[in-house]
Design a protein around this ligand. Sequence first.
Ligand SMILES: CC(C)(COP(=O)(O)OP(=O)(O)OC[C@H]1O[C@@H](n2cnc3c(N)ncnc32)[C@H](O)[C@@H]1OP(=O)(O)O)[C@@H](O)C(=O)NCCC(=O)NCCS
Length: 154
Amino acid sequence: MKLRVEGPLIGQSRACEPILRALPNWFGLEASAQAYITQTDLLPTFIAITDGSTVGFLTLKQHSGTAAEIVVMGVLPHYHRRGVGRALVERAEDYLRRTGTSFLQVKTLSERHPDPNYARTRAFYKAVGFVELEEFTEIWDTDSPCLQMIKYLL
Ligand SMILES: CC(C)(COP(=O)(O)OP(=O)(O)OC[C@H]1O[C@@H](n2cnc3c(N)ncnc32)[C@H](O)[C@@H]1OP(=O)(O)O)[C@@H](O)C(=O)NCCC(=O)NCCS
């Protein structure tokens, strides 16, 4: 598969919304899907393109000069486990290193929640080098415990 990653770009909701809509097991809550769609317009976003269409994206938020966060990312189901997610993370990390960012975090559902889909998400983040930092019940709600993961960008 010939894959190209572009970014960082803003104004990417048109490319990213179909991907979010194709992942209802992760982004099925309309309010949060809408919030993510807005973020892909406002925040720096990387898009993965193959066969002339966008098959994955990753959106970053810069928290400080040295710290950033993956606020959302997704890959069309048909393209899972084909290296698209890893390519997006690697490209975002290259960009962050060049701009002096050393710490990259991501928040996801903790393993205290039984959702098997998010177990796969955590496996992905671990595979690309994130480690578990802290769990929070105050950030989302007590039924959705939040796991903060972090990676030091060497
Ligand atoms: C998480 C996600 C972005 C990963 O993208 P992807 O393109 O499928 O991931 P990659 O193919 O680059 O996988 C890289 C490595 O992560 C690990 N990994 C990925 N998916 C996995 C899964 N379902 N189970 C276990 N490990 C997994 C593997 O080690 C994999 O390497 P390998 O295939 O050589 O074994 C994608 O599955 C997705 O869109 N999930 C739904 C939305 C989501 O979870 N978004 C993140 C929360 S905002």
